[in-house]
Design a protein around this ligand. Sequence first.
Ligand SMILES: N[C@@H](CCC(=O)N[C@@H](CS)C(=O)NCC(=O)O)C(=O)O
Length: 191
Amino acid sequence: MSVFVALTEKQLPFELKAVDLSANANHEASYAATSLTRRVPTLVHNGFALSESSAITEYVDTVFEGVPLYPTGTQERARARQVQAWLRSDLMPIRHERSTEVVFYGAIKPPLSFEAQATAKKLFSVAEALVPPGGENLFGQWCIADVDLALMLNRLVLNGDAVPERLTSYARRQWQRPSVQLWVNQRRPPL
Ligand SMILES: N[C@@H](CCC(=O)N[C@@H](CS)C(=O)NCC(=O)O)C(=O)O
């Protein structure tokens, strides 16, 4: 999602190729030849292939003009990277119990375990410290870390879990961004 949004925000022409993970297509020789880590997403640009979404969005922001994907200030930029790295390496109970099926297929999952509830509290306290009251974005101007944080919050919001009002409004506003809506409304194969 973040790579799709990044390419769309930059108004770059690109071709999207789906990889069937359920058929282990990411381990086939043709895919492994482009993705060192055999994971999705992988960007291929002028023969250069790169996996790991935050590495890709940084690359895209560095190489292409247009809407900035990261804040321009050094410290805010570092903070945006911190948010991205944290969201990708922590909060596993939420990711397991509120998979992206909730977000992109409208699935509703059973109540959160105690562990996931504790994880949600941690997410809320970090997000409340970062999202300015009444602010639309984390760092004034929109950046790609807003998409990542909104996705994590929407795992809970869209399942109907209790989420602080301010964070719910933030996640819902971020979700209305046209590049995000383009991804949300992509045709997806049935589960
Ligand atoms: N931190 C990575 C995560 C990538 C990732 O977990 N990709 C999953 C699908 S969402 C994948 O390729 N799974 C297949 C596998 O690891 O074999 C990123 O942001 O790109």
